[in-house]
Design a binder for this molecule. Structure first.
Ligand code: ADP
Ligand code: MG
Length: 703
């Protein structure tokens, strides 16, 4: 496309979204007003209103070229799902009209029997239903020639149990708003009506030339390389981070941005990441449920556009051993609808008091519910990152920076002399010193860092839905806010009471604050001394989900019922086992059908050449040694293959999801690692022309 044909970014932005502006233009005044109110209050639309809205949407979508609509939902697979229906409605005279009813907008009934339900949906009742989340705008999406109207939806079983990631996220936003508003009221705010959590998700990914991808069964089936000797050059020169973009990548990014802008996703930042072939894209933050939908669209767009440029986009947490994996930093804050960012320290003492309450609520929540936060990012893929000296460790802690830590210490002492200003820090009376927002102050190793006016949760895996970690953060903070609001409610002097509460939190929970290097061995020791949990793998981490405390917490705030939570625990464990099972089967298949045959072919050729050399009376030293080396390694790799094969069968046969997952973790993962070590050693001695797989050097460094 020539640059003169390009639409301006302003014209493009949101052009495929049924936005507020479009609604105002296209809906009758009353319908617009009622819809806005329903969106703001999260209420259901009346059938009459739904019909009016659906009709306007249909006309708009058809003008954009749409022929179909779909309810777009987020089952527990972590990716999105959609089932397309066309607008056509045949008439008795053999023609057709284009129809879209309010009922179709509000509710879909996909056959849900093949989505994970953790036992929530009896197989005889296969139906589930999807319901429009009217707080997330409808949009049209262009895929090739096909244009479809997308309706962001929640997904439930027929009995109303949540089977998706969106439902608990929406419920957690309600819970958080409810409790945060109580705190604002306690501090005399009567104007704010709603508080929303916000999210800005920084997405990391790899780009790989498609020709290599197609020759690697492991990448195709598991998203990561199961074999591959380290290349002569890795990321040690640190020359990739923030480097200039190769032209093909730059063109790819331009197209990604344009597609996202059309969908109203405010893609903003893009750069090269630490590992060769690794990149990042980040949007401007927005309401957490919309941001979470937008992140799904971003992942989908990256994958789709990559193919057009001869790339494959890898979203896996660890596509390549030995270089950095990919994460998804979730920047999170809470905003009141009167314009305040509640995690902004503010300028007046009054704002400070309120800020400190919200800050300390988060500190208490994270310390008390650390295992839950850890569980919210527990997947087989993310286990490769957490604790591997490239991503935060599996130990949860908070980075506050020097100044806030100093303030926390003063709070603990209950109004000691302020070191920096010399006065006494009395909340609601004193000013806070200005806190630095400058990025040089940031600790890149912390799992949860305060960065000026938001928290950055860095443990989230690159391929994960943001919804899980975000509803967890929302709910644990809501719970502590509830506790604090209960105390403040009865207080005569709110500031004095708040000071007491802050003192107690500082005393009880300061152990969760750590400003040092989270990657160091010393921290692991120190964390143990502090009694902080270190849940190193997903199976251990997930166990907390079925604990009484968790079930009570989620029921207390009406986010997930006991049944729903226990089902989720099952689903996540099952996903873990299935992931490792597929990896093991893929590794076995590649070793048996590609790698060992190639190595044997090489050995056979060597043997023939060695005989010829010896017959000719030539000096055959190298050929002899090479044959001995490769033969020995073939035998070793073959033995490891049989061991992995046995371990996989054994684990797959274990009854009970928890025991099965543990078997995959304890038996299969180590067996895979052993096979890999032998295969990688074999790679180092086999003729490059015979080796059947693209190497790390080719995959990471070719442009
Ligand atoms: P980095 O962490 O790479 O230095 P920034 O701090 O500028 O980058 O922003 C990272 C992300 O945080 C962006 O997506 C940005 O929109 C988001 N962000 C900024 N303020 C907030 C907020 N109040 N709530 C949620 N996300 C925010
Ligand atoms: Mg960041």
């Amino acid at each position: 496309m020539g640059s003169c044909e390009r639409k301006s970014v302003q014209a493009m932005f949101g052009s495929n979204v049924f936005s507020d502006l479009v609604m105002r233009e296209r809906l009758p005044k009353n319908a617009y007003r009622d819809l806005k109110r329903a969106i703001e209050e999260g209420r259901e639309l009346s059938p009459a209103l739904a019909d009016v809205v659906a009709n306007a949407m249909k006309d708009w979508a058809i003008e954009k070229g749409a022929t179909h609509f779909c309810h777009w939902f987020q089952p527990m697979t972590g990716v999105t799902a959609e089932k397309h229906d066309s607008f056509i409605s045949p008439t008795p005279d053999g023609r057709t009209i284009m129809e879209f009813s309010g009922r179709e907008l509000i509710k879909g009934e996909p056959d849900a029997s093949s989505f994970p339900s953790g036992g929530l949906r009896a197989t005889f009742e296969a139906r589930g239903y999807t319901a429009w989340d009217c707080t997330s705008p409808v949009f049209v999406k262009e895929d090739g020639e096909n244009v479809t109207l997308y309706i962001p939806s929640a997904f439930c079983s027929y009995t109303g149990d949540a089977l998706d990631k969106k439902t608990p996220l929406l419920r957690s936003m309600e819970a958080l708003s409810r409790q945060a508003i109580r705190i604002l009221r306690a501090f005399g705010n009567s104007t704010a009506g709603r508080v929303t959590a916000t999210l800005g998700a920084e997405q990391e990914y790899f780009l790989l030339d498609r020709k290599y991808f197609e020759r690697r069964l492991d990448l195709m089936l598991t998203g990561r390389t199961l074999f591959g000797a380290p290349p002569p050059k890795g990321q040690e020169m640190e020359d990739h981070y923030f480097g200039s973009l190769p032209e093909r990548v730059a063109s790819f990014m331009r197209e990604v941005n344009e597609e996202l802008w059309k969908l109203g996703v405010s893609a903003k930042t893009q750069h090269k990441e630490v590992a060769p072939g690794q990149y990042e894209i980040a949007p401007v933050f927005t309401t957490v449920n919309i941001a979470s939908d937008h992140n799904q669209l971003t992942m989908n767009t990256l994958e789709k556009v990559a193919l057009r440029h001869g790339f494959v986009c890898l979203l896996h947490e660890k596509p390549f051993a030995g270089v950095n994996g990919s994460g998804k930093h979730n920047n999170w804050s809470i905003h009141a609808d009167d314009g305040q960012n509640l995690l902004d320290p503010g300028r007046t003492p009054h704002e400070n008091a309120q800020f400190l309450i919200f800050l300390c609520a988060l500190i208490r929540a994270v310390d008390r519910y650390a295992p839950l936060l850890r569980a919210s990012v527990a997947t087989a893929g993310n286990d490769h990152r957490l604790g591997a000296n490239e991503a935060p460790p599996a130990i949860i802690s908070i980075f506050l920076g020097d100044q806030l830590t100093d303030i926390l210490e003063q709070l603990e002492r209950g109004g000691a002399r302020r070191s920096k200003g010399g006065g006494v820090l009395k909340i609601g009376v004193s000013h806070l010193p200005p806190l630095p927002k400058d990025s040089t102050d940031r600790n890149r190793t912390s799992p949860l860092a305060f960065t000026g006016n938001k928290f950055e949760f860095r443990m989230v895996g690159s391929s994960m839905s943001c919804a899980g970690p975000m509803f967890m953060l929302n709910i644990i903070v809501a719970d502590v806010l509830k506790e604090i609001a209960d105390e403040l409610d009865g207080a005569r002097d709110v500031n004095a009471k708040a000071q007491k509460i802050l003192q107690r939190i500082a005393r009880e929970h300061k152990r969760i604050v750590f400003n040092g290097n989270n990657y160091s061995e010393e921290w692991i020791e120190e964390a143990r001394r502090r009694g902080l949990p270190n849940l190193k793998n997903a199976v251990d981490a997930l166990a907390v989900l079925k604990g009484k405390e968790t079930l009570d917490l989620f029921e207390r705030h009406c986010v997930l019922s006991r049944r729903e939570m226990l089902a989720r625990h099952e689903i996540l464990l099952d996903a873990y086992s299935k992931t490792i099972n597929i990896e093991a089967l893929t590794a076995c298949s590649m070793a048996r059908r590609q790698i060992l045959p190639a190595a044997v072919e090489y050995a056979g050729g060597l043997a023939r050449q060695l005989a010829a050399l010896q017959e000719a009376g030539a000096d055959a030293g190298f050929a002899k040694k090479a044959l001995a080396a490769v033969s020995e390694r073939i035998e070793k790799a073959a033995a490891r293959l049989e061991e992995l094969d046995a371990a996989q069968r054994e684990a797959a046969a274990v009854e009970g999801s928890e025991k099965r997952a543990a078997a995959f973790r304890d038996r299969v993962i180590p067996a895979m690692a052993e096979l890999r070590a032998e295969v990688d050693a074999l790679e180092a001695v086999v003729d490059a022309r015979i080796w059947p797989l693209p190497t790390y050097a080719e995959m990471l460094f070719s442009r």
